[in-house]
Ligand binder design. Structure first.
Ligand code: FES
Ligand code: FES
Length: 214
């Protein structure tokens, strides 16, 4: 049995096999889409950045000029293009907080942030918060001191959210810390340690902020 049915012209003459018909139609469509300049289209070198958008962004103090797909998330760009894998992909839907980073000092879920929207902004990730001499940020140190983690997967997001929580003035009581950290899920249930860590780091952070602005 012939599984490639033949198309017949109006007069009953065999005209085209189905495969030839499909290939001819597709080729014609390509020429039409190119406005008749098939040769120019075929000869043109492929542009790997076709449809990309130029984006200038500073990440952890380092300036970058990137050609980004408009739909790329900040999380994917940080992890896959810049090699900054501290921010984690937990849910990719804005529900777990594992991807928390700062954009111009404000915490964001980087999985829900279009990278092109950070054009002209300063992004800070967990890799960018220690001092130049390698001293950990007080919040990082406090997480260690209070054993505020188990597997550690949520920890970079927790630390970035905790720093923002203090800076926003939302760490003045345990209830307030719980409320303003509620967007960051810890599947290991290390919440008691996280609360203690923030409680202890908050006054230290505020003292050092005050000293900088004095
Ligand atoms: S990965 Fe972004 S909120 Fe979960
Ligand atoms: S320490 Fe494992 S998810 Fe938080």
């Amino acid at each position: 049995m012939n599984d490639t049915p033949t198309l017949r012209a109006a007069g009953g003459q065999p005209a085209l096999s189905r495969r030839t018909f499909m290939m001819t139609t597709a080729a014609s469509a390509g020429v039409a889409a190119a406005g008749g300049s098939a040769a120019a289209t075929l000869d043109a070198p492929a542009n790997p950045h076709a449809g990309s958008q130029a984006t200038r962004v500073t990440v952890n103090g380092k300036p970058y000029e990137l050609a980004l797909e408009p739909r790329a998330s900040l999380l994917d760009v940080l992890r896959e293009q810049l090699g900054l894998t501290g921010a984690k992909k937990g849910c990719d839907h804005g529900q777990c907080g594992a991807c928390t980073v700062h954009v111009d000092g404000r915490r964001v879920a980087s999985c829900l942030t279009l990278a092109v929207k950070t054009d002209g902004c300063a992004v800070t990730t967990i890799e960018g918060i220690e001092s130049p001499d390698g001293t950990l940020h007080p919040m990082q140190q406090s997480f260690i001191d209070h054993d505020a983690l188990q597997c550690g997967y949520c920890t970079p997001g927790q630390v970035m959210a905790a720093i923002a929580c203090v800076r926003e003035g939302h760490a003045t009581s345990d209830a307030q810390i719980r409320e303003y950290m509620s967007g960051n899920i810890c599947r290991c249930g290390a919440y008691a340690g996280i609360l203690e860590a923030i409680r202890e780091a908050a006054p230290q952070m505020l003292r050092s902020q005050g000293a900088r602005h004095a």
